[in-house]
Design a binder for this molecule. Structure first.
Ligand SMILES: O=C(CO)[C@H](O)[C@H](O)COP(=O)(O)O
Length: 430
């Protein structure tokens, strides 16, 4: 038996879901899943519509049932689902009801092991209850902190006889690993639904599964602590701010030169207005790729200029952010060194040596520490605290990927309001 590719339509708008479904199913996906967000947004009408448009495909309703198993399975089956998902975290009574209702209404029951503390034990239990399929699943939110499903998949697939599938950020680079770890079906959401070209993305994942090959991708894969910079180099300050729920922006600090982006780890400096000693000493303390963030109290005179920039370039410093003043802008411009500053002025201060390097600083409402991360570009600077850096670097990638997909839909002749069904999704004021 071949390995099935299940496309998970995690949209909130049926029209967008159908657009991707049409191309992905034609490109080689086997099973078609109405994702939980789609069912919550559109109701079981989403399943009915998928059944109508794809009469010969297996339709999966990702109901994530937690209670009232009988009625939820009945509704999904009557809407046209062949497979209905219940959570492994649900009680045995709920799962047993789902299984009985499935038999009655002609649907198979998939037990989703998402967030189950002991998946191997639970897998054996639900197999004994009569489940038809088991899915090992790393939640989208858990993917953001770098978790993957492969070791659990290997263990669960060895522990039970029924087919085991996998979900959790699978892409063209990891689909072969999913097969090697024992998957009988592979569920792919974002790597197809956020792809600029879902048709091509589906073909690549199909090939990765069938030929057991790794097809590298820079998108749809999540980084761990050692690779934060790889994600931050791809995203914009706006992407990162969106991921951070619109926070993280350094107020009043503007790019001095247009078209230059910086992403890097922060080295902080606190200094006295105009005292450029610690900023220049920090260059010698910086690691390659660091961004020096200077708090000079938000006022002049300048604490950074052309010679400091040459020095920073020698040390492979990635950029500078100044809550204070910069000078020599005309001489720095051709050096293409990313510089962000509150003020630009001709006068420098004296090197008196006040202040410290590497201590927490405060700019506006933001506390910034050495080891934090930042992204700066034409929009300004967004800081990412170290303790949440892995998660929000990944969430910023997710924002970027979603925008990539929306942009393609606009370019195909729609407007932003149409693609996002803005009238429907405006925040209602009570
Ligand atoms: O059920 C889901 C989330 O709970 C998703 O459909 C599933 O995780 C697949 O999407 P992705 O490939 O983006 O992880």
């Amino acid at each position: 038996m071949g390995i099935f590719l299940q496309l998970a339509l995690d949209f909130v708008d049926l029209s967008r879901a159908l657009l991707v479904a049409e191309s992905a199913m034609a490109a080689g996906a086997d099973w078609l899943e109405a994702g939980t967000p789609l069912i919550k947004s559109e109701g079981l009408n989403a399943v009915r519509e998928l059944r109508r448009r794809f009469p010969h495909h297996c339709i999966v309703a990702d109901m994530k049932i937690m209670d009232a198993g009988r009625i939820e399975v009945e509704c999904a089956a009557k809407a046209g689902a062949n497979l209905v998902d219940v959570l492994g975290a649900a009680s045995d009574a709920t799962i047993a009801e789902c299984i009985q209702a499935g038999k009655n209404y002609g649907a198979k029951i998939v037990v989703d092991l998402i967030s189950v503390p002991d998946p191997v034990t639970r897998a054996r239990q639900v197999e004994a209850l009569g489940a038809d399929y088991l899915t090992v699943h790393v939640a989208i939110d858990d993917q953001m902190v770098g978790r993957d499903p492969f070791e659990t998949l290997r263990q669960v697939s060895q522990a039970v006889q029924i087919p085991v599938g996998v979900a959790g950020g699978i892409n063209s680079a990891t689909a072969a690993q999913a097969v090697a770890s024992g998957a009988s079906y592979i569920i792919v959401g974002g790597a197809i639904t956020k792809a600029k070209n879902p048709d091509q993305a589906t073909r690549e994942i199909r090939r990765a599964i069938d030929e057991q090959v790794v097809i590298p991708t820079t998108l749809f894969h999540r980084v761990g602590a050692a690779h934060i910079i790889e994600a931050l180099k791809q995203v914009s300050a706006a992407n990162l701010s969106d991921a951070l729920h619109r926070s993280g922006v350094l107020p009043d600090i503007r790019p001095v030169f247009a078209g230059l982006k910086v992403a890097g780890r922060v080295l902080t400096v606190r200094t006295y207005p105009g005292d450029w000693a610690k900023p220049v000493e920090a260059i010698d303390r910086a690691e390659p790729g660091d961004v020096i963030v200077i708090d000079a109290g938000g006022v002049g005179p300048a604490v950074w200029g052309e010679l400091a920039t040459h020095s920073a370039i020698q040390r492979h410093v990635a950029g500078v952010v100044i809550h204070g003043g910069l000078r020599d802008a005309g001489d720095i411009a051709p050096l293409r060194f990313p510089a962000f500053s509150r003020l630009v002025m001709p006068n420098a201060g004296e090197p008196k040596g006040f202040g410290e390097i590497g201590i927490p600083i405060r700019i506006g409402q933001m506390t910034i520490e050495t080891g934090d991360w930042l992204v700066g570009d034409d929009d300004g600077v967004v800081v990412l605290p170290q303790k949440i850096a892995v998660e929000y670097a990944n969430r910023a990638m997710d924002v970027l990927e979603r925008e990539n997909r929306i942009r393609e839909e606009i370019k195909s002749g729609k407007t932003l309001a149409t693609v996002t069904e803005l009238l429907r999704w405006e925040k209602k004021v009570s």
